[in-house]
Design a protein around this ligand. Structure first.
Ligand code: SAM
Length: 229
């Protein structure tokens, strides 16, 4: 028998089975799976188990992150959307009135997302380089949230050039920092602090920095808000 409880974040649930609990979202497309996750039916509703090992957003929530600004109807610019594993869960959360503009530079990574976007009409895949926002500025509008997971050596620079164009004042940023993509020889904590500083210099207020170990090695999630004028 399963029990469902709401988490503190809209559209995110805890499913209890005996002593175990799992993070989950309500499946917007019944029967849909992104990576062979378990589907659980409770009182006629279908939930998808959200694995923190496959999604840094889920790891952030499981590691007691306190600022998850994605809610129903959110408009999101997602840099490094890849095949859409995390995006499919965000798609459940934002519902039919929200939208995710997903940028990825790799056609191979993006290919499975085309099929996902056929089923989930709130995802718009865009094959493009996040270092060149002018190439998609005719498609992407102003958004409330930017989610960045590009595993590049200069993530805050990529965030900065995109947030200048697309992120509204007081809009939120979730930045997944992979320390080994920035400098493999330095301590991850030092790198996270440096990225925090860069974001501050770029006009962000830092709300939260959460180490994503053991789910993602040498990764942290930084959540920040763009300061208004
Ligand atoms: C770690 S994966 C993203 C995983 C995904 N966020 C998820 O949780 O399902 C990083 C992705 O960033 C993409 N990427 C790397 N550099 C990029 C760039 N300059 N512009 C757009 N995408 C980029 C890669 O192709 C890759 O698909």
């Amino acid at each position: 028998m399963f029990k469902v409880k709401k988490s503190p974040f809209m559209g995110v649930y805890w499913i209890y089975r005996g002593k175990n609990r799992f993070l989950a979202t309500k499946n917007m497309v019944p029967g849909f799976k992104s990576c062979n996750e378990e589907l659980i039916k409770v009182k006629g509703e279908e939930f998808r188990v959200w694995d923190p090992r496959r999604s840094k957003a889920a790891a952030y929530i499981l590691k007691k992150g306190e600022n998850f600004p994605i809610t129903e109807k959110s408009k999101i610019l997602y840099l490094g959307i890849a095949s859409g594993t995390t995006a499919s869960y965000l798609s459940d959360i934002i519902g039919k009135k929200g939208v995710i503009f997903g940028i990825d530079v790799s056609p191979i990574a993006l290919m499975p997302l085309i099929n996902i976007a056929r089923k989930r009409e709130n995802i718009c895949p865009i094959l493009s380089d996040a270092r060149k926002p002018w190439n998609y500025s005719n498609i992407v509008p102003t958004v409330e949230v930017m989610y960045c997971d590009v595993a590049q050596p200069n993530p805050s620079q990529i965030v900065s050039i995109n947030s200048n164009v697309f992120l509204r004042d007081k809009g939120f940023l979730l930045l997944a920092v992979k320390a080994s993509s920035i400098d493999i020889s330095r301590k991850p904590q030092e790198i996270y602090r440096e990225e925090e500083m860069r974001l501050r210099d770029g006009g962000f207020e830092i709300l939260d920095v959460v180490n994503l170990e053991p789910y993602h090695r040498k990764h942290a999630m930084i959540v920040a808000v763009k300061e208004g004028l």
